[in-house]
Each structure stands twice: as C-alpha cells, then as structure tokens.
Design a protein around this ligand. Structure first.
Ligand SMILES: Cc1cc2nc3c(=O)[nH]c(=O)nc-3n(C[C@H](O)[C@H](O)[C@H](O)COP(=O)(O)O)c2cc1C
Length: 305
C-alpha cells in the first residue's frame, strides 16, 4: 500500500483529503465524525467574531452535475466556535484548519487572535464567499491590494500557518495568488464557490433560492478548478489545497497532478456522506498500486514535469 501522508506547511496529514469549509465543520461532532470516516484533515465552517445570520431557506439545491448554495456564512460567533474546536482538539484525530471570516480587512485581527488561542494546526482566511455580495460587496479576494493588506495583518497576529481561501471569480487568479504569496501567505486554498449563479424553477418562473443567487460547487466546476490550480501552481512556490468538484479518489489524483498538495472535499459529502472519504482513499490506493507509485507526494504537480 502506498504512503498517503502529505506534509503541508510543516503539518503532517495522514492522507491528502481535507474536509472543505462549510460542510460538517460547525460542531465538534461533525468534525470528529468526518475525521473518523477517513478524512486526512478537517476545516471548520467560517468563524466570525460575532454571530452572523445567514440567508433564508431554501439555501441550497443540487443535481448530479452541480450544487448551488446561498447559506450566507451563518455562524454563532467566536465563543461557540471555541467551545466546539476545544472539544475536537481534545480528541484530535487529524489536523484542524480553523477557517475565519470578517467583513473588512481590519476586522480579521480580533477573530484571528481569538482562534489562535485554541491552537488549531493552521488558519484559513475566507476572503472569497460569493453569496454575501449583497451584504458586503465584492469579496476581498478580488483585489490584489486588499489581499496583500489582509495577509500582512493576519500574519502579524498569529504564529500559525496562514492559508488564503481564493476566489475563482476574478480576472487574474495568478496575480492574486502572487500577491498573497508576496504578502507572506503560507499556502493557498483554491477555490471557493463559483459565481454567483442562479437556478430557475420553470413553473413559477422564479429563482429557487430565497437569496436568488448562490455559489456553485460540485462536479461541474472541476475542469475549471484543475486548470486554474495548475496556472497558480506554475506561478507560486507555496503549497495549494485544490478545492472544487472533487467527488472521487480519481478526481483527487487529478487535482494533485495539477499541483495541489492537499485536496479540499466539500460537496461530495452531500452526495456520498462522510463515508465517501474512505471510498475515495480506496480508489486512490488502487490507482497508486496499479501504477507502482509508493508515495503519493510523488504525483503532486506531475503535469508540470
Ligand atoms: C453548503 C456550503 C457551505 C460553504 N460554506 C463555506 C464557508 O463557510 N467558508 C468557506 O471558506 N467556504 C465555504 N464553502 C465553499 C467550500 O469550502 C468549497 O470551497 C467549495 O464548495 C468548492 O468545493 P466542492 O466542490 O468540493 O464543494 C461552502 C460550500 C458549500 C457547498
């Protein structure tokens, strides 16, 4: 059996499949269930300093081709998140990535300082949610200047490795990635959801989501993500969590070949439950064995060689 371990920003992940933010990551129970099911790492849902109310139902709908959500990044605030993270860390099966969110650049300082106290393995800053544009305008990840500002600030308030959650909805994804790297980011998570997009109901002639628009994830976005991950891999030296449309073990292998060191897995859970993590690992092991590869890290970025 191949070695599936991946070293990422100095942290060892038992396998490269990481629960993406927003799915199962609100409670310690959800995080632990996912870890026990075979994820190599888990990410919390975005944590705000104070309670943040999301959008009204219906907030999500999916087909076999795509998934769309306008959950609106709801969260009970830092105290509740600290409670849940502490419970997870007591049992600590696999590395924990604490994902944090704030409205403006300066608001990241307090939430990052609070989250750091809990000692997660890494911190991910969500600069890229496309379904709260009504509330906050264009995500910070759409601006080279704002990305650099927020990364510099966050790096000055934590000793944890900092991952920038990138937006695919930008003109120049490579330019944004380079700006994050130059400002001191330790890693990139590519990407958040696409869009916003819109799904219609033919009979009422109305959008299905109460928020009308939402972020698109799942199988349909995978080819776009593979291409953009590869573009960024070619340009930066920091490692990448390739996230978007990964449902199977083979999808994860493709993502790694394009340059991802770790692979984020979100929407898969809606299709296959957390049991999907073990199925993905079995498929990955099968492919590696078949091709005589003994160490999964050897396939990272092979498209480039
Ligand atoms: C229901 C739902 C909620 C999400 N919430 C968050 C969130 O709170 N913070 C965040 O950074 N990303 C969030 N995301 C984005 C995912 O982490 C991921 O980047 C995106 O869905 C693409 O990966 P996937 O196709 O594997 O789902 C959410 C995605 C979904 C489907």
């Amino acid at each position: 059996m191949a070695n599936l371990k991946v070293k990422f920003c100095g942290v060892e992940f038992p396998n490269p499949l990481v629960l993406a933010s927003g799915v199962m990551g609100v409670t310690a129970a959800g995080l632990l269930k996912t870890a026990r099911a075979g994820a190599g790492g888990v990410t919390t849902k975005s944590i705000w300093l104070n309670e943040h109310v999301g959008h009204k139902n219906p907030t999500m709908i999916g087909t076999e081709h795509y998934f769309i959500n306008a959950v609106g990044v709801p969260d009970a605030g830092i105290e509740k998140a600290q409670e849940e993270m502490a419970k997870y860390l007591e049992k600590h099966h696999v590395p924990l990535i604490a994902n944090v969110m704030a409205k403006a650049v300066e608001d990241f300082e307090a939430v990052v300082k609070e989250v750091t106290k809990l000692n997660p393995d890494l911190i991910e800053i969500n600069l890229s949610c496309p379904n709260v544009e009504d509330e906050f305008g264009k995500p910070l990840a759409c601006s080279v200047i704002k990305v650099a500002e927020v990364v510099k600030l966050v790096k000055s308030c934590t000793d944890k490795p900092v991952i920038v959650k990138m937006s695919p909805n930008v003109e120049d994804h490579v330019g944004i990635a380079l700006a994050a790297e130059k400002a001191g980011a330790d890693a990139l998570c590519c990407f958040n959801t696409f869009g916003p997009g819109l799904v219609m109901d033919l009979e009422t002639r109305m959008p299905i989501l109460a928020n009308k628009v939402g972020g698109v994830s799942g199988p349909g976005i995978k080819p776009l993500v593979l291409k953009m991950v590869n573009d960024i891999y070619k340009a930066v030296k920091i490692p990448i969590i390739g996230t978007g449309g990964v449902i199977t073990g083979n999808d994860a292998l493709e993502m790694m070949m394009c340059g991802a060191s770790l692979v984020g897995v979100g929407t898969m859970v809606y299709y296959n439950d957390v049991a999907g993590f073990a199925e993905m690992t079995t498929q990955i092991n099968g492919w590696l064995d078949e091709h005589g590869i003994t160490n999964i890290e050897d396939i990272i970025g092979t498209l480039q060689r």
